[in-house]
Design a binder for this molecule. Structure first.
Ligand code: ANZ
Length: 848
């Protein structure tokens, strides 16, 4: 029998889809839409297995929804600004633009070879002027709404990439890309006022039932709403400073107050600018990064001032004021009141500087001798040692009560604080969207007039400069605006800005005068299903949500606030890791194994290879598998099948050569099955025989696969397909109702098409069926399957089986057993001594 020639067939269908603009989408007013979006790729040069998994999952869904009758939008684009292009270009003396465009063209071809149902007419690339001119307009719109501002700020400075990093881009005190130790630096920066929407962004999460709870929790924690109190502490010792305000979530611990600490950048620091000891301390503290993580890990150090702070609940209690490295300037008021007994940081600090540790909260079952030593007590309990607060339940009752007391005395007030900080969007880089701003001779901000947009990036420039190459572009830098000589802003936008609204652009990607058409946005938005990696759970998703809020603010026409109705986060693609005896990573291509246990070097079969843990594929560990090689070798359908087969899409999946081969073989087996079925249908006579079993199986399969598609149980669908193969393969010879067979099998082919689009298209064509059919519907009459098979034993030996409906009684099944031919032949009229019945499963009759 003829082999399934995937090379020819896949090419044929890909060409057919391309030539016919098969997946083109447009607004169809009264048709229900489905917007399916996978996170768009960074054009690094080649697609990787993560892309294959992400886009296969999305494609299965998009194809399924289209067949279900939805008007599907399934677009693709390129997140094409960013550091790697600039680095690669600098290294190879190239231009980032051509480097990027070349990569896009390669990756587009590779994606097409996966057989994705993408509407390529809507393709966008964020580094194109066509895209970023709209982004510059947004920038100016947000500026006019007061949602963009510039301020001097301490930033995380990556000394290797010479750029500012967002807090989220600092991991363990190091730059997320360069791995360099991050420093603190003061710079003028542009910010989006994301914190203005803290409450909205928090509330919005409750309206997203189809988001994973894990992601919602991560966002909630990131936004970090705290309920507490602002307390202005009276200060003694400086005639110019009356008070220092602190934010606290635990005012109920005020009787344990033993020091007040402010950030080194607190306004109080201006009185110490000439104090050498302070300057030394400041320098020491600056070595700690600006992230909370870095600060939490660093040793707590302080600088003692001559000042004292007064406890608002007890005027006699006066405590020293310190500068401390663990206090953040941009949270609350940049100052904390220290209560060592009930906060570990405060305790570490107090123990170091010999400050009082006074316990004021004790666990429920402890007496008044309870005392904190080396470990702060932060759990719930009862307030004691605290006069008017004694006996209150902490924290529920005691916090509210203390705030009430402070408010009555006018010594504090209720306050809600958010951890979410404004989003620093300035990057000191060339390969990004230029910020449409200039500065006049007084250094005042001047907006670039909209008719002069886009502010284009100068091309063919020297990238081998220090810092931002744009700073050396004299010609580009100078601009006259309304007769005034100005200099352009050289910062470009964080690439997270580019990806914060691209889903809107897809709705109208060819519109040139504005980023989108509101009617089209109203039709397509929100994205019904967004699919991507969990690593974007916080930043990208939060920024995109913010962008919707920002566009909607002061804009009656735009009333979308959430971009993604459904979110699915897929797991990683993993592979074993290998090392040679000198501890060098080896790629799977370089190793060989006969038994799957012992591995050797391919080019030296004597040399053993050490098999390491299974880890997510990464270039650094050299455990990647090239998707295009796999497609060349096994075909896109087999790759799609394998990537979906082994684990649920939300879990990690392990790549295995054997698994890949098995998928390939399965496609071949399906082809043989197809040939057999086709032959049967076309050459056998149609005998009107009972084909109920076949119809029942097919309809139940439709039901199962539909359910599994709806629930993202894609790996189970692969198992369903194997079941289908086994069933059909076994029953085909005994089936003589060829009309029914044809009807059922064609339904099965449509069921295959989301996962194996080339294969099923070919088979569908081969049988002369409609290429664009509706999703098969299960006939309900076959679904209520309460039929069961009961095993009949006589004296402990299996002698027959009986098909019957569920919940049959023992006496009924005995009567049926007595009518079986085996019973009639051997035991007719014999007495049944005893019967044992396991409901719905087995009947054992004891007969002497
Ligand atoms: C006194 C106190 C006593 C506190 C106690 C905690 C426990 P969340 O819940 O995250 O909002 N804090 C306030 N501003 C700070 C800043 N700029 N830098 C560092 N820490 C700051 O945390 C609120 C708590 O964080 C506040 O409550 C304050 O310490 C500290 F037994 O005040 B607390």
């Amino acid at each position: 029998m003829e082999r399934y020639n995937f090379k020819v067939i896949e090419k044929k269908w890909q060409k057919y889809w391309d030539d016919n603009n098969f997946f083109q989408s447009k607004v169809i007013k009264d048709k229900k839409k489905f917007y399916c979006l996978e996170m768009f790729p960074y054009p690094s040069g080649n697609i990787h297995m993560g892309h294959v998994r992400n886009y296969t999952i999305g494609d299965v869904l998009a194809r399924f929804k289209a067949m279900q009758g939805f008007n599907v939008l399934h677009p693709m684009g390129w997140d094409s600004f960013g550091m790697p292009a600039e680095n690669a270009a600098r290294l190879n003396n190239l231009d980032p633009k051509s480097w990027t465009e070349k990569n896009i063209s390669t990756m587009k071809k590779q994606l097409k070879r996966l057989g994705l149902s993408i509407d390529w007419d809507r393709e966008i690339s964020t580094c194109s002027e066509e895209y970023y001119k709209h982004q510059q307009k947004f920038f100016l719109e947000l500026y006019d709404k007061g949602l963009v501002y510039r301020k001097e700020n301490y930033v995380n400075w990556d000394p290797v990439d010479e750029t500012v990093l967002a807090n989220e881009q600092v991991i363990d005190g190091k730059g997320w890309r360069s791995g360099a130790l991050v420093e603190r630096k003061k710079l003028n920066q542009w910010f989006f006022n994301i914190s203005k929407f803290s409450q909205n962004l928090l509330d919005g999460l409750d309206k997203l039932p189809s988001w994973p709870n894990k992601v919602k929790t991560m966002q909630k924690n990131w936004i970090g709403k705290s309920f507490g109190c602002e307390i202005p502490f009276k200060i003694i010792g400086n005639s110019e400073v009356d008070e220092i305000k602190c934010f606290t979530t635990r005012p109920d611990t005020l009787y344990g107050f033993s020091f007040l600490a402010v950030s080194i950048d607190h306004p109080l620091s201006k009185f110490y600018e000439k104090n050498n000891d302070f300057l030394k301390f400041k320098k020491e503290s600056s070595k700690t990064g600006t992230t909370e993580e870095a600060i939490a890990q660093a040793e707590k150090i302080g600088f003692k001032t001559e000042l004292f702070a007064v406890n608002p609940l007890n005027e006699k209690n006066k405590v020293p004021v310190y500068f401390a490295n663990f206090v953040l300037m941009d949270y609350g008021f940049g100052a904390v009141f220290g209560c060592p007994a009930h906060d570990q940081r405060d305790l570490d600090f107090a123990l170091k500087y010999n400050l009082e540790v006074k316990t004021v909260v004790k666990p429920q079952n402890e007496d008044n001798n309870f005392k904190v030593n080396n470990e702060a007590y932060t759990g719930p309990g009862i307030i004691f040692n605290s006069n008017e607060l004694d006996g209150l339940n902490a924290p529920e009752e005691s916090v509210i009560k203390t705030i009430e007391i402070l408010e009555n005395k006018k010594k504090g007030k209720k306050k809600i604080n958010f951890r979410l900080k404004d989003w620093g969007i300035s990057r000191q880089r060339y390969w990004g969207c230029p910020i449409p701003i200039a500065y006049d001779e007084n250094n005042s901000i001047v907006k670039i007039p909209t008719n002069e947009l886009p502010v284009k990036l100068p091309e063919n420039i020297n990238l081998n400069t220090n810092g931002n190459p744009l700073e050396h572009q004299e010609e580009w830098l100078n601009i006259t605006i309304s007769g005034k000589k100005c200099r352009r802003e050289t910062d470009t936008l964080d690439t997270f800005v580019d990806s914060s609204w691209y889903f809107l652009r897809f709705c109208s990607s060819n519109k040139s005068d504005y980023a989108f058409d509101i009617d089209e946005v109203n039709y397509w938005m929100p994205v019904d299903q967004y699919i991507g990696g969990i690593e974007h759970a916080i930043l990208h998703l939060l920024y995109s949500r913010f962008f919707m809020q920002a566009i909607a603010s002061e804009n009656e026409n735009f009333n979308h606030t959430e971009p993604f109705d459904g979110l699915f986060t897929q797991g990683m693609v993993c592979h074993e890791t290998y090392k040679d005896l000198e501890n060098n990573w080896l790629s799977p291509d370089e190793v060989i194994s006969e038994d799957g246990k012992k591995f050797f070097k391919k080019n030296n079969l004597e040399e053993k290879v050490i098999v390491g843990p299974i880890e997510s594929m990464s270039k650094s560990k050299r455990n990647t598998i090239e998707p295009t090689k796999m497609i060349d070798q096994f075909g896109a359908d087999a790759v799609r099948l394998f990537i979906l087969s082994d684990s649920p899409p939300e879990k990690d999946v392990q790549w295995s050569e054997q698994g890949m081969i098995a998928s390939y073989k399965f496609v071949q087996k399906l082809w043989i099955l197809h040939q057999r079925i086709k032959e049967k249908i076309t050459t056998s006579k149609n005998l009107d025989e009972d084909s109920e079993k076949n119809s029942e199986f097919t309809n139940q399969l439709i039901e199962k696969i539909t359910q599994n598609l709806e629930k993202f149980n894609y790996n189970v669908i692969v198992a369903n397909l194997h079941e289908m193969y086994n069933f059909m393969n076994k029953s085909i010879d005994t089936l003589h109702n060829t009309n029914k067979l044809r009807e059922n099998y064609s339904k099965i082919l449509y069921l295959l098409s989301p996962i194996l689009p080339h294969f099923s298209s070919e088979c569908i064509e081969d049988l002369g069926l409609k290429n664009q059919a509706d999703w098969p519907k299960a006939d309900p009459k076959y679904l209520k399957n309460d039929n069961i098979e009961i095993v009949i034993q006589i004296n402990g030996k299996k002698r027959a089986t009986i098909n019957t409906s569920k919940n049959i009684t023992e006496s009924q099944i005995i009567l049926m057993a007595q009518k079986t031919s085996y019973f009639e032949k051997n035991f007719k009229n014999k007495k049944i001594e005893k019967s044992i019945y396991i409901k719905d499963r087995l009947l054992n009759l004891i007969i002497k």
